[in-house]
Design a protein around this ligand. Structure first.
Ligand SMILES: Nc1nc2c(c(=O)[nH]1)N[C@H]1C(S)=C(S)[C@@H](COP(=O)(O)O)O[C@H]1N2
Ligand SMILES: [Mo]
Length: 304
């Protein structure tokens, strides 16, 4: 297998800048939450490359940003266990043919769960490599039937103060909201994750359903999604509302466009220790071949 169940960036810095996407079909259908048993006998990768070494389970699940549970990196692991994720309903509304409140199990029964090993780059200039399990957002949108006038997709995180100790503080304007342009949402890289390392996604990582947009800064990858709305106008996004000068709608990873308060040219790989060698940040986080065409003709320093 190209995939190794080991993550140790101390020994394996990511050097392969070529196409690395490991896209194996794992299993589809309602059994999607019980992924562990499905990992043998996978279909061959549609596109694969060596070189991306996933972080460990421990690293991925104990160094998190999920402000609904607190703003320290270890708060989500400590407090997100309070969140009830079953039953879970996702409302799909706006410009779709089949709006409604969809039970997550009904959604999963129609989706194909795959494994995707993606780079993950936070705007704070740290990074990981995560072996996600999930399905393409495009498949969910096609299930609901996107109407012709729709141009954007808006997402909303659950807001349940009795289970989310962090929302007592007005750090952000709750609920957490995010958005994508429709072509970004339909891009085959854009994933709705339900698992990590073949296990159910932990609460601190956004259970039971979180977005993963690997060429954008991590804050676009909204967690614990309860609403998906198709619209014809650019939706508000939490970090842009909090500080529009620092966080734009697009938030594509770009080593040439610095954050007003720090450089985005390099990043600190998690797992290498605090004094680990920084590594260069890649244009579109290494996914330039797959996504650059969507931004042809756009000034990326203005549309940051
Ligand atoms: N609802 C919600 N989604 C969120 C966040 C958050 O605070 N609340 N933090 C974002 C940020 S800044 C990052 S870097 C990633 C972190 O994902 P991880 O904890 O799985 O690494 O989640 C994103 N999604
Ligand atoms: Mo982030």
């Amino acid at each position: 297998m190209a995939f190794r169940w080991k993550g140790d960036l101390k020994d394996h810095h990511v050097t392969d800048e070529t196409l690395w996407l490991n896209r194996r079909q794992i299993i589809g259908g309602a059994a999607g939450l019980g992924l562990g048993a499905g990992l043998a006998g996978l279909a061959g990768p549609a596109r694969a490359a060596e070189g991306l070494e996933p972080n460990s389970w421990e690293e991925i699940t104990s160094y998190n940003n999920y402000y609904e549970f607190g703003t320290d990196k270890d708060d989500p692991k400590a407090y997100a266990g309070a969140l009830t994720t079953n039953p879970w309903t996702v409302t799909i509304d706006g410009m779709v043919d089949r709006p409604g409140d969809y039970a997550l199990e009904d959604i999963l029964s129609q989706m194909t769960i795959e494994e995707r090993i993606y780079r993950f780059r936070c705007v704070e200039a740290w990074s990981m490599v995560v072996p996600w399990n999930g399905f393409e957002l495009a498949d969910l949108l096609n299930m609901a039937g996107v109407q012709s006038g729709a141009k954007y997709v808006a997402f909303e995180t659950l807001l349940r103060p009795e289970e989310m100790r962090g929302v007592a503080y007005p750090v952000l304007d709750w609920p957490y909201v995010e958005g994508l342009r429709l072509d970004e949402a339909m891009n085959p890289l854009t994933l709705l994750a339900t698992g990590i390392y073949g296990k159910e996604i932990p609460n601190q990582n956004g259970a039971p359903l979180r977005l993963v947009v690997p060429w954008k800064y991590g804050f676009k990858s909204i967690k614990s999604i309860v609403r998906v709305t198709l619209t014809d106008s650019e939706p508000p996004t939490s970090w842009n509302k909090a500080n529009a000068r620092e966080y734009g709608f697009y938030s594509n990873v770009n080593p040439q466009v610095n954050h007003p308060r720090w450089s985005q040219a390099t990043e600190r790989p998690i797992g290498g220790g605090f004094f680990a060698k920084r590594q260069p940040t890649l244009m579109f986080n290494g996914y330039e071949d797959e996504v650059a065409a969507m931004y042809d003709g756009m000034d990326l320093s203005k549309n940051f």
